[in-house]
Every structure is written in C-alpha cells, then in structure tokens.
Design a protein around this ligand. Structure first.
Ligand SMILES: Nc1ncnc2c1ncn2[C@@H]1O[C@H](COP(=O)(O)OP(=O)(O)OP(=O)(O)O)[C@@H](O)[C@H]1O
Length: 252
C-alpha cells in the first residue's frame, strides 16, 4: 500500500466564509510537501481537514488508497498525526511526559504494558531528551523541549503521514533549527510522508521536495522545490519569495 495522500475538490465553508475552495493536492508517498501562503489563505484549515479535525463541506481525502470518512477508523487515526505550532496548547499541563507518551501507545496497542517504559525511553532518545524527563510535567521544559515532546508523542503511534503546522514558528530562533533538523531526520528514519506548513522560505527550502502555494483558499501553484525557488510559475509566488529566509539551510 502506498502512503500517498490525495486531496480532491475540498471545500470548507465557515458559516458563509469559503476558507477552502475546491482544493486539489497530492503528496507522493515518503516525500515532504511544503504548503506556503499568506496568513488566512487556508493552510491550517487544509491541515485540519487532512487530520480529521475539520469536516469538509465537499470533496474527499484519500490516504493509502482509502477514503478518509468523517468517522475515521482506529488505523486511520493512528496513520495521520499532527504537530501543532504551539506545544503549550497541545500538551496537557496536568500530565507527566510518561503519561503524554503512554496514551497513544496504549490506545493503539503499539507495545504491551510490560514494554511501555522502555518504549517511552526510546521515544525520548529519538527526540534527544533524557529519560529523567519522564517524571516531569510540560512546564518544566523549554519551548523547544516541549515541541520535542509533542513530536515524540506524534511519532509514538508509528504514523505514516506527519502534518507539521508551523512547528518552529512559536519557538525561540536559537532552537528553531534543531527542531527542524529533528523533524527532517525523523521523516527520513521513519520513512514518513509529510505535509509541512511554514511562512519561512528558508525552512521550506530545507525540508521539502515539493512546494504548494495557497491563496484565498485555492492552490495556485504546485512545483518541485528546485523549480519553485528558481522559476516559480505564479506571480504571487515571486512576491512570497521576496521575503528573506530567516533559517540557515542544513545539509539534507
Ligand atoms: N473555526 C473557524 N471559523 C470561522 N472562520 C475560520 C475558522 N478557522 C479559520 N477561519 C478563517 O479561515 C481563513 C483561513 O484560516 P487558516 O487558519 O486556515 O489560514 P492560514 O493560512 O493557516 O493562516 P495562518 O498562516 O495565519 O495560520 C481565515 O480567514 C480564518 O479567519
């Protein structure tokens, strides 16, 4: 089964406001698609449709050749995970890191209870955190560390598709690059398909294979990364590219 994502004719109407208008997009299996566009263009809404958090008014999403219906199967929930912009909002402050990481492992029967702690330690190692993190609460970590915990939780259930919605933009500039490198390495190691949303063209250039541009709820360009940065098709893409990249580019 292929881990490709197909988004077909998706429309989302928020009480009369058309946030997504007949959106079509494909992400090839095991590649990263970067979704760019100005604020309010509909990027997060599209991510939420793929994650099953927003139900479209029209259209369908297919992953691994299956249509994702309003009520997703347990396997479909497991297959698609999301990392949000702000780890403070996505981590339960009343749960220890052990509880945060265990929840999905138990729900999806990823490991038997007897191996739970070992798996939690392995997950922490994957995101470069020490095992003493297990007994601590989210407030005891820096923003970058909290985002690493959110990433560990997302990969804990062994997803096939990872959605990262501005995963570094709420972080201090000094830790953005390391979180970005971590996401990219995990994508390679775990052979994930990835939908990556960012305003930052340097970030997009560093992690993506393909770039899609959204404007006012529509996709106006989809190009291989190299072509997008050298010869974008849409005039609007030129405007976006005139923004100076903030992120240094790491070696892929
Ligand atoms: N729940 C909602 N109800 C009504 N309107 C919404 C809702 N969520 C988003 N919108 C509107 O839909 C449009 C698209 O929002 P969305 O968050 O998808 O854009 P975005 O491209 O991700 O923006 P940003 O880059 O600022 O995160 C915006 O005009 C927003 O105000």
């Amino acid at each position: 089964m292929s881990d490709a994502l197909q988004i077909k004719n998706i429309t989302v109407n928020y009480g009369g406001f058309i946030a997504l208008n007949q959106v079509n997009l494909q992400i090839d299996a095991h590649t990263t698609l970067g979704l760019v566009g100005e604020s309010g263009s509909g990027k997060s809404t599209l991510a939420k449709v793929v994650a099953g958090l927003v139900t479209p008014d029209e259209g369908e999403v297919r992953f691994s050749e299956q249509v994702l219906r309003k009520r997703r199967t347990r396997m479909q929930h497991k297959a698609i995970q999301m990392v949000f912009q702000n780890p403070d909002a996505s981590l339960n402050p009343k749960h220890t890191v052990r509880q945060i990481l265990s929840e999905g492992l138990l729900f999806h029967h990823i490991v038997p209870r007897s191996q739970l702690m070992d798996r939690c330690r392995e997950l922490l190692a994957l995101v470069h955190l020490d095992e003493d993190a297990l007994v601590r609460y989210p407030y005891a970590f820096s923003g970058g560390q909290r985002q690493r915990i959110a990433i560990a939780r997302a990969i804990s259930v062994e997803p096939n598709l990872l959605i990262a919605d501005e995963p570094t933009s709420a972080l201090d500039v000094s830790v953005q690059l390391s979180v970005l490198e971590l996401l990219h390495r995990l994508k390679e190691k775990l052979n994930l398909t990835m939908l990556f949303i960012s305003h930052d063209m340097g970030v997009i250039n560093a992690v993506c294979d393909t770039v899609a541009v959204m404007r006012q709820g529509r996709i106006i360009e989809v190009s291989p990364k190299e072509q997008f940065f050298l010869h974008p098709k849409a005039d609007y893409s030129y405007q976006l590219l005139s923004a100076v990249p903030r992120m240094p580019i790491f070696n892929r």
